[in-house]
Design a protein around this ligand. Structure first.
Ligand code: ADP
Ligand code: MG
Length: 753
């Protein structure tokens, strides 16, 4: 094996091993380390500290938002009232008020320093898009005035031909409209050079089809409200207060020093590392989770929070997460549409502020192999201003019939449409996380906890008469106050867990828009509530005396039919995978398995029936998501190739050359040199080279059939070929001299902070 190398070594030594210089070699990797160390050690606070004495919370929170308070003082009473009706009760917007609102909005924005306005929308890429226009308009006499009309507020027309449409619209019919969403308030976006008035909008084609994530979200909220009202009416609540879905997304993310970020083409382009050997210490000590937050990171968090407060985003929680360099931020829940807009703003703010602090914020689902990835636990419930939270069980859930019906409706929805929930979290990046013993498995099940499971078990047997009681938590230390013990424990491994007064959908990826998952949950629960309402209406015929029996029989039926989806055990275990299969639950392991659910006839009917997505709109999403999957995989594959060929392979052969020269030189002066390391490097170099050819071939042979065939090929051929290249490269990283290695290592990126 090593003979040829030895021969080669002779040539090299004759060619002059002395000429081998390490100057400039591995420059990117090492200088990044030095720069990062310097950035960390020289970090000084860059913003004035925030305190609630100089800046009272009430002055700070929402100070950049055209919210109700501002509208109340700036709009004529009638206009204000009309707006509130639309915002709170979902009533039709009267377009006649637009001019008045626009004018007040413009004055307010200009006082806040705005020179421009922007319609902000959420195309199907999952990102946020904005088109900026100046307030400036020529006055016809060579001068200019600041202008903003009702029409400009209500409607924009960005040339959206470069956004994915999945065949809904050809480029020659590129018209797309943005439409003012009154239910999400306008806000001011700050920049050191000026500010912009931002107006949240929906984005549709000129035929009215949804080209974005907001339109279906609003439609699904409408559908959920309609069906929830029917159920509430049966229970005697006829006030009609809008029932909104509520969402509280917990965002996980990583922070790395920006010097490392720029020295890693993979982080820069793909958002994740495509190479990198496991560091000697990873997360096994579990010492990062909830640990003390490093000073620069905490300073960053404080500034993020201040910026979010100004935008009226109610951030509440911050802490270290499980993996080194991983953190979490969570807001207080809001109405789903607002929570979605705020979530998008939060991701943008995290990234922008990180830059200012010399760091990069990574929201990719799996930036580093071998340690935990990032999710976005999506807490979801529904409620209204008069009813409060409809998933609040109270202390005695067994006799809270209304709660039980809503809860059963959710369980039924998950059971009936497991595939839909799986499909809306299917992305190339989330595939690295789901089912990897750190995130929920790809099997969708519901965790109910002891108390509710007990209630539903009783219901199955004919009727529930009791609820497990809250007891007192005994700690055995007199100075600690006694705590009421929750009636049920939590479960971290379940993809869909009841957590006291809401469900938490844990399979959502950190980089995803939450709109898709929200649309799915709202729609499948609307379908279930429709089912429940129809059954109850039939059984009671409007007679309250018959209600109890009707509810009982409905609940027993649902508890019996849908019980396979309830699982309180360890979702990571092998045993559960077997058990789930026996129960007939779906296990759609990859995006390629999951996305075709969107083609299912029943799913098409579901979205069409509740006017959330037409078959064409749904089909377009299926096409776009598959296309995005392929694009992600191919761009990563090409990047793997490039990095392997131009960074890793050269570093490896330089080290190989250095070893070979040492060996040859020693021989010349009469020493023996053990060639074990040289042999191993040589083997690895050969394997790396071969794996590069295989990957190149896999890319070249890409099929151009249907989107699904193309995606399946990515999963079966391209991804495994990339993994092989990585395997040899990572092993080489463990051998090659540190000063020659061209990339910042995991050790550096995760621990220099
Ligand atoms: P944990 O880490 O224990 O899951 P967090 O405090 O990090 O809890 O996050 C809980 C999230 O759930 C918060 O965003 C919170 O606002 C949200 N939440 C609480 N009640 C509801 C509700 N009724 N509807 C939606 N989200 C809710
Ligand atoms: Mg949390």
């Amino acid at each position: 094996m090593s003979t040829s190398t030895r021969t080669g070594a002779k040539t090299t030594s004759q060619g002059g091993a002395a000429g081998l210089s390490s100057q400039g070699i591995g420059f990117a990797g090492k200088s990044a380390r030095m720069a990062a160390v310097s950035a960390v050690t020289n970090y000084r606070p860059i913003s004035e500290p925030l305190n609630f004495i100089d800046t009272p919370a009430s002055m700070l929170f929402g100070s950049n938002v055209f919210n109700k308070q501002v509208m109340k003082t700036r709009l004529p009473k009638q206009v204000f009232k009309a707006l509130c009706k639309t915002i709170e009760s979902g009533e039709k917007l009267d377009p006649a008020i637009a001019d008045v609102v626009a004018s007040a909005m413009k004055d307010w924005a200009i006082e806040k320093g705005a020179t421009h306005y922007a319609h902000v929308f959420f195309p199907l890429t999952g990102a946020t898009a904005e088109k900026h226009d100046s307030f400036l308009a020529p006055d016809g006499d060579g001068g200019a005035i600041a202008e903003f009309t009702g029409k400009q507020l209500i409607q924009g027309e960005p040339d959206g031909s470069s956004f994915p449409t999945g065949g809904i619209r050809a480029t020659f019919e590129a018209r797309g409209y943005t439409i003012w969403d009154v239910t999400s308030p306008a806000y001011i976006l700050e920049n050191p050079n000026g500010t912009t008035l931002c107006i949240p909008t929906a984005f549709v084609s000129w035929t009215g089809e949804a080209l974005d994530k907001k339109t279906p979200l609003l439609r699904s909220m409408q559908a959920l409200n309609r069906q929830a009202q029917r159920v509430l009416k049966i229970f005697g609540a006829t006030d009609g207060a809008f029932v909104s879905s509520t969402a509280g997304p917990e965002q996980e993310y990583f922070l790395v020093d920006r010097n490392f970020y720029f020295a890693r083409p993979d982080l820069l382009t793909a958002g994740r590392t495509l190479f990198g050997a496991k560091p000697p210490k990873g997360q096994e000590f579990e010492d990062h989770y909830f640990g003390a937050i490093p000073e620069r990171v905490l300073a960053f968090m404080l500034e993020v929070e201040r910026e979010l407060f100004k935008l009226g985003i109610p951030v509440k929680t911050r802490h270290n997460e499980v993996a080194p360099a991983q953190y979490e931020i969570a807001p207080i829940f809001e109405s789903a549409n607002l929570a979605n807009d705020h979530q998008q703003l939060m991701m943008i703010t995290l990234k922008r502020v990180a830059e200012k602090y010399g760091m990069a914020c990574l929201t990719h689902e799996k930036p580093f192999a071998g340690i935990n990835g990032s999710g976005k636990h999506l807490n979801w419930s529904l409620g209204s201003s008069t009813q409060g939270n409809l998933l609040d069980p109270g202390d005695t859930p067994h006799d809270n019939a209304q709660f039980l019906v809503f809860c059963a409706a959710v369980i039924r929805a998950v059971y009936k449409f497991q595939g839909v929930l799986r499909a809306v979290v299917a992305t190339a990046s989330n595939d690295h996380r789901l089912g990897a013993n750190e995130a929920p498995p790809a099997i969708m099940s519901v965790f109910l906890g002891d108390q509710l499971t007990d209630v539903f078990e009783q219901i199955k047997k004919g009727g529930a008469n009791s609820s497990l009681k809250k007891s007192t938590l005994e700690v055995g230390v007199d100075v600690l106050p006694p705590l009421p013990k929750d009636a049920g424990d939590r479960n971290r491994t379940s993809p869909f867990a009841f957590t006291g007064n809401r469900f938490e959908f844990r399979a959502v990826g950190a980089n995803q828009s939450i709109a898709g998952p929200l649309v799915a949950m709202n729609t499948i629960v609307a379908e279930s509530l429709d089912y429940c309402a129809t059954k109850l209406e039939k059984a009671t015929g409007g007679e309250t005396a018959k209600l109890n029996a009707a509810v009982q029989s409905l609940l027993t039926e649902i508890a019996t039919e849908c019980s396979p989806v309830i699982f309180n055990g360890d979702g990571y275990s092998e045993a559960w995978h077997k058990e789930a299969e026996k129960r007939g639950l779906l296990n759609l392991k990859t995006s390629v398995d999951a996305l075709p659910v969107l083609k299912d006839k029943k799913v098409e009917e579901l979205f069409a029936k509740y006017n959330v997505l037409t078959p064409r709109e749904l089909e377009s999403r299926y096409e776009i998501y598959l296309e995005q999957y392929c694009k992600t995989v191919y761009s990563e594959a090409n990047l793997s190739l490039e990095m392997a060929k131009t960074m890793i392979f050269p570093a490896a052969i330089r080290y190989q050359n250095e070893l070979a020269s040492t060996c040859a030189n020693l021989k010349l002066v009469g020493y023996e040199f053990d060639t074990d390391t040289l042999d191993r490097i040589t083997e690895l170099v050969k394997s790396l080279q071969d794996s590069i050819s295989v990957l190149q071939m896999a890319i070249n042979k890409a099929p151009h059939d249907s989107a699904h065939v193309a995606a399946a090929y990515c999963a079966s051929d391209v991804l495994p070929s990339m993994t092989m290249v990585r395997k040899y490269a990572d092993e080489l990283e463990c051998w090659v001299a540190d000063d020659l290695w061209p990339l910042p290592t995991y050790q550096e990126m995760l621990f220099i902070k």
